[in-house]
Design a protein around this ligand. Structure first.
Ligand SMILES: Cc1ncc(COP(=O)(O)O)c(C=O)c1O
Length: 358
């Protein structure tokens, strides 16, 4: 870009990189973004009704009341404790806009979902990282000590974590919340796959806590972009000030409400995916030279005796897409695969066996 043009951009923007997932031609089996292989869509006969009721000529409200109510019901809190978001990625920007500026820092475990770090930098903040242990767990005591000493304004605690798949116990989460005066955001994107009580149960004791959730994983709605935060109403009132109006479309809200009214379907889908993930991890671990990180989610992090790029390309050539995690310094050689349908999991395992035998 010409110099005169690039100088118009903020330094943080020029330094940043775009979020890039990568794709491959002719993919039949897509297991690279921790999605639910099945949308939990309303029955086809209801979809027509939803489409005809949405009134696309009217703006939605910033916090659609009926969606807020349905989310509150699902999360077991009063509606004032719910903030509807356009998915967690968007909400991370709202968090940074609220808590981060030059001279402030955020505390994040490493490795963790790269968007956290990138967003903090984009808003001019510094990132303090605490390295995971050899088993990829967040070292709770060290993390809490750093939270106390580094004085972060924002602490992002993904539980379970992506890309490691490792979770913390509720008491470990609480000990971190207690250790800091910063705002702790527990990212429970994969919570439905765990057996742990939600950090929502801590909210009545700690004002410096926000629980961030999404309908992109267990709910199978990554394509419609709906998430939510659960927090003290005073915190929600401040966060509302930084949000752009009308981020959740009427159509997205209507679909989300329909699925939220069927929590048993979500629970069944989550436990089926958990079982599929455990089988996938077991099959992977039984392959020669393959090692697997135990996971509390719908995905598995693993290594093979080959380079991760070669495995990625070999699988792609056989129509299977997984994620190469080598961009994370600690994860050179690692790949991540999420549980798909039974057939997709079989296709992935067969393709991997062929790649490793080549
Ligand atoms: C830990 C974690 N948080 C948040 C997200 C993003 O969720 P959303 O689709 O709601 O933006 C992801 C997506 O992969 C994730 O892994």
């Amino acid at each position: 870009m010409r110099n005169e043009i690039s100088r118009l951009f903020r330094e943080e923007v020029l330094r940043a990189s775009p979020y890039h997932v990568g794709s491959a031609p002719a993919i039949r089996v897509k297991l690279n973004q921790n999605e639910n292989p099945r949308a939990l869509l309303p029955p086809t006969e209801n979809l027509g009704g939803i489409v005809s009721r949405v009134e696309p000529n009217r703006y939605p409200s910033e916090q659609p009341d009926d969606l807020r109510l349905a989310l509150a019901d699902y999360a077991g809190v009063p509606p004032e404790w719910i903030l509807v978001t356009h998915g967690s990625n968007e909400f991370v920007h709202s968090l940074c806009l609220s808590f981060i500026e030059r001279g402030r820092c955020a505390l994040i475990p490493s490795p963790a979902f790269s968007l956290f770090r990138n967003s903090v930098h984009l808003f001019g903040g510094d990132v303090v990282e605490v390295e995971a242990t050899a088993s990829f767990d967040i070292p709770v005591e060290e993390f809490a000590r750093t939270a106390a000493s580094a004085k972060p304004h924002l602490v992002i605690l993904p539980c379970p974590n992506n890309p490691t798949g490792r979770d913390l116990s509720l008491s470990e989460i609480e000990s971190i919340v207690k250790s800091t005066e910063g705002m702790v955001v527990v990212d429970e994107a994969y919570w439905e796959f765990t057996a742990r009580p939600s950090a929502i149960s801590l909210l009545h004791r700690y004002d410096n806590l926000i629980v961030m959730r999404t309908l992109s994983k267990a709910f199978g709605l990554a394509g419609i972009r709906v998430g939510y935060a659960v927090c003290n109403p005073d915190v929600a009132a401040e966060l509302l000030k930084v949000r752009l109006p009308f981020m959740v479309s009427r159509f997205d809200a209507a679909i989300a409400i329909d699925v939220l009214r069927r929590p048993e379907a979500v629970q069944t889908a989550a436990s089926e995916l958990r079982i599929a993930q455990a089988q996938l991890a077991g099959e992977l671990a039984s392959m020669r030279g393959v090692s697997v990180v135990p996971s509390d989610t719908n995905f598995v992090l693993f290594t093979t005796p080959l380079g991760s790029r070669d495995v990625l390309d070999g699988l792609a050539a056989r129509g299977v897409l997984v994620r190469d995690m080598s961009g994370y310094p600690r994860l050179r050689g690692f790949l991540r695969v999420n549980a798909g349908t039974e057939q997709e999991n079989r296709d992935f395992l067969t393709a991997l066996q062929a790649v490793l035998a080549d």
